[in-house]
Design a protein around this ligand. Structure first.
Ligand SMILES: [Mn+2]
Length: 483
């Protein structure tokens, strides 16, 4: 149909067709004929004429890589032309955005609207069999819609979002390259003695994005600040000494989020060795990622391996299984081993049982795990084990039953480093996975300051397996051969 279209446009063509097929099936199952999506608005501050940064909502970004255009509508009816109502407000205070002209626009009838009344007129006269998804706004009650944010339809669409199309995966590949490049720049700013703020500026400059265009506010934590899991302070002055940097920062490409964490050490050989051990552990976890893997098993395996690492490093005195059973490993690793990634950094549907809803329970004692489903081909997940020295959790652990299993002088010596997290983004392939993050770091120029040892990160490399890992592997193989 479009012989001259380049590869990326062809990927988008297939993406559009597949989204229309999926959406059509979901609409039929819920008794609607069409879907109306709104990109969203930038909310106004209280008693002010300023707005918060605009972020396009995910259900809208699923269809079009249009992330900076508030108040746009998509009308999607299987078998009928798709309509994009593009908001172009009149007035001389702002420069109105130009209507998009990229290849993807050929799938839509483009209509311009200066306000919501005009937008309504640009839509079909009757919306009596159309469901709306988006943040409701006052004029919406006059649109004559069948339903606003119907839960059953949203559940079906969320469940399906785990699987990415080849176009989305290509966007993530490109986003990953930007993230790797920006992480190298941030590491350089750390080695140069920069403040948290300066390190973030280096990251932004290198990936060419403003903060509101990132999928989440970066976590840039020097020294003990790495122990705050979602640290957001961005100190403007450098600390007295640079011990460590934990940076969790991702890019967005055409609406798809990457989520990448690296930990660096200034010079301490002990903590450097601990980072290297965590890197090996993370790569070992990655080798298990393939269709059929029960994510809960990977999470529990992460706890066993982390308990082994803590014991080998002289931080705890318990055996691996004992530390997992008692909950001791959660003192040092309190979050989940990873999550679905896509249009949102913590993508939706991670614990859904079926397209109709329902919930796959988290393992008891692990309330923060965001993914409990069994992996399928073309899903995208993060793998992000970590250990932290968190005052609040350590204070509670001084009491029985944990107190005597922790080497407190060792903990005291390591507290100034905050913590370690290593996070990559992986696409599940038919036989295993593609590690978008490691591939991107390898492709980026590898400067001398690189903290990523050459040769690491190859899933094909011979990595010793323990009996616990063997169990996870076998489970995954059995499940994947079952379908
Ligand atoms: Mn993450």
């Amino acid at each position: 149909m479009h012989p001259s279209r380049d590869e990326s446009a062809q990927l988008y063509d297939r993406h559009f067709t597949e989204m229309m097929r999926q959406t059509g099936a979901a609409l039929r199952a819920c008794g609607y004929d069409a879907l109306l999506l709104h990109s969203g608005t930038a909310p106004t501050l209280f008693q002010d004429d300023q707005t918060y940064p605009f972020r396009a909502q995910a259900a809208f970004k699923l269809w079009v890589p249009l992330v900076d255009a508030p108040d746009c509508f998509l009308y999607l009816e299987p078998g009928a032309p798709a309509v994009l109502v593009f908001h172009q407000p009149p007035g001389f205070w702002n420069k109105a955005a130009d209507p998009p002209e990229e290849d993807w626009t050929s799938h839509f009838e483009l209509r311009l609207a200066g306000d919501r009344a005009a937008a309504r007129r640009a839509l079909p006269a009757s919306l009596a069999r159309t469901a709306f998804i988006g943040e409701p706004f006052p004029e919406l009650s006059g649109f004559g819609l069948a339903a606003i944010n119907p839960a059953r339809l949203i559940a079906r669409l969320h469940f399906a979002r785990a699987r990415k199309t080849p176009w989305q995966i290509e966007c993530l590949r490109r986003g990953s390259r930007g993230a790797a490049h920006a992480h190298l720049a941030a590491a350089h700013a750390f080695r140069s003695g920069g403040s948290e703020f300066a390190i973030e500026l280096a990251f932004l400059a290198a990936c060419g994005l403003r903060e509101q265009e990132l999928p989440y506010n970066p976590i840039v934590a020097l020294n003990e600040n790495g122990a705050a899991l979602h640290y957001q302070m961005l100190a403007r002055t450098p600390p007295a000494g640079h011990h460590s940097l934990l940076i969790d920062a991702g890019t967005e490409f055409s609406g798809l989020a990457t989520d990448v964490t690296r930990t660096h050490c200034a010079r301490d050989p002990d903590f450097t060795a601990l980072i290297a051990a965590m890197d090996t552990l993370q790569q070992r976890l990655c080798t298990h990622v393939r269709p059929g893997l029960d994510w809960r098993a990977l999470h529990l395996l992460a706890h066993r391996l982390i308990a082994e690492l803590l014991r080998d490093a002289g931080i705890i005195r318990s055996h691996s299984e004992e530390a997992l059973e008692s909950g001791l490993s959660t003192v040092f690793f309190p979050h989940g081993v990873g999550h679905l990634l896509g249009l949102q950094v913590h993508d939706v549907g991670g614990t859904m049982l079926s397209p109709e809803g329902g919930e796959i329970e988290r393992p008891p004692g692990h309330p923060h795990l965001r993914l409990t489903r069994v992996l399928e081909e073309e899903w995208v997940v993060t793998v992000e084990p970590g250990i932290y020295f968190i005052d609040e959790l350590l204070a509670a652990a001084r009491n029985p039953p944990f107190g005597r299993h922790i080497n407190w002088s060792r903990v005291e010596a390591l507290r100034r480093f905050g913590g370690i997290r290593i996070e990559d983004d992986l696409v599940v392939t038919r036989t295993g996975h593609e590690n978008l993050t490691r591939d991107a770091f390898r492709a980026a120029a590898a400067p001398a300051l690189s903290a990523w040892p050459a040769g690491r990160g190859s899933p094909e490399a011979a990595i010793p397996t323990s009996s616990a890992e063997e169990l996870v592997s076998r489970g995954a193989r059995a499940a994947s051969s079952g379908d």
